[in-house]
Design a protein around this ligand. Structure first.
Ligand SMILES: O=C(O)CCC(=O)C(=O)O
Ligand SMILES: [Fe+2]
Length: 360
């Protein structure tokens, strides 16, 4: 990931967990969103029973272990999920449920450390690595009601950011990330098949892949209607795997047909979303979808998010299979590393970065 010049003097950012501890009923002005950005929490369902309008659920075991017919049917479902939603949940993925539990435990353990301890691993400005808030460029920029801890898994790591506490942190993250990588490779294979492409097309194209993990901790907030946990954005990855921690309230929302829809947490399922890379390669047939996080008045929330992306050396442009006279080429060619730099240079703003790469 690219490193930008450190802003001088450094920007002061209040730590939301500390704010919550010291003065639980006060929300500093910098966290109060402009009226148009505030979440409408009336739409958040109280019951968690699924309805037909919910995001599709893909049964991973039917993709990998089903008979021919089952696999074919599930691939069709996957194609609709990617084309119409850009987001779906997977069940029966092969990741051990104990591993899902242990990554949540270790994540909570880290965020519950005293501030001084966490600050030993402070965010490196211009990157997504370390503890704090990323993409803050000015004193008057609105801040998210979130603490994050990000690490590169592949390729360039900053070893001093890997915490000593809680015990077993690094081992859990390594093991989890190995399993997530396998899942991403598999999902990319089935996504390729769902597009009528050869299963190994992305793996061959991507070269030395990049993988990162971002742990998000959203403390409760006395006025969840005024703040955002995470501002609207699409992910710069090829695909993202998002784990909503057990017991977390609804918080992730996606923008579908101009409406923010909550993503109901399903125990043991993982959320997968299409990132900007796949949108470009498929010339917009599968699109990365804007999403954001909202927070809860009484409950905290955690998510563990893994990003899987091509090598930063890769030159990207829409694949010829998706370009014809009815579907003119929508993006200019670019280098993936260049794209990552753009992402790290401006605050989260929906799909603004990708739009900069669109052909006029
Ligand atoms: O917490 C969530 O559910 C959203 C996290 C997210 O979108 C991200 O980290 O990119
Ligand atoms: Fe995201």
């Amino acid at each position: 990931m690219a490193t930008l010049p450190v802003s001088n003097p450094p920007i002061n950012i209040d730590d939301v967990q500390e704010l919550r501890k010291i003065n639980p009923n006060t929300i500093p002005e910098r966290f109060v969103q402009d009226v148009t950005e505030r979440p409408n929490l009336n739409g958040i369902p109280l019951s968690l029973s699924p309805s037909p309008d919910d995001m599709p659920i893909i049964d991973f075991s039917k993709l990998t272990k089903g008979n021919k017919e089952e696999t074919h049917e599930e691939i069709l479902k996957l194609s609709t999920a990617c084309e119409e939603w850009g987001f779906f949940q997977i069940i029966n993925h092969d990741i051990d449920l104990d591993l899902l539990e242990s990554i949540e435990k270790i994540t909570r353990g880290f965020f519950m450390l005293p501030l001084e301890e966490k600050q030993k691993y402070a965010l490196i400005p211009g990157t997504f690595q370390g503890y704090g808030q990323a993409l803050v460029f000015s004193e008057d920029q609105k801040l998210d009601w979130c603490n994050m801890f990000g690490l590169a898994i592949e390729t360039v790591r900053f070893p001093h950011l890997w915490p000593q506490r809680p015990a077993g942190f690094s081992e859990a993250v390594e093991e989890y990330s190995r399993e997530v990588k396998k899942l991403c490779q598999n999902m990319l294979k089935y996504i390729a098949l769902s597009l009528g492409l050869k299963g190994d097309v992305f793996e061959k194209m991507f070269g030395e892949t990049l993988q990162g993990i971002r742990m998000n901790y959203y403390p409760p907030c006395s006025r969840p209607d005024l703040v955002l946990g995470l501002s609207p954005h699409s992910d710069a990855s090829a695909i993202t795997v998002l784990q909503q921690a057990r017991g977390s309230p609804v918080g992730l929302e996606i923008l579908k047909d101009n409406t923010w829809l909550p993503v109901l947490p399903i125990p043991n399922a993982l959320v997968i979303n299409i990132g900007d890379t796949i949108e470009v390669l498929t010339n917009g047939r599968y699109q990365s979808v804007e999403h954001r996080a909202v927070v809860h008045q009484e409950k905290d929330r955690m998510s563990i998010v893994s990003f899987y992306a091509p090598s930063s050396e890769l030159e990207l442009s829409p694949m010829p299979e998706f370009v014809d006279e009815n579907n003119p080429c929508r993006f200019r060619s670019y280098n993936h590393g260049e794209y990552t730099v753009h992402v790290s240079e401006s605050r989260l703003q929906g799909k603004k970065t990708l739009n900069n790469f669109a052909r006029i």
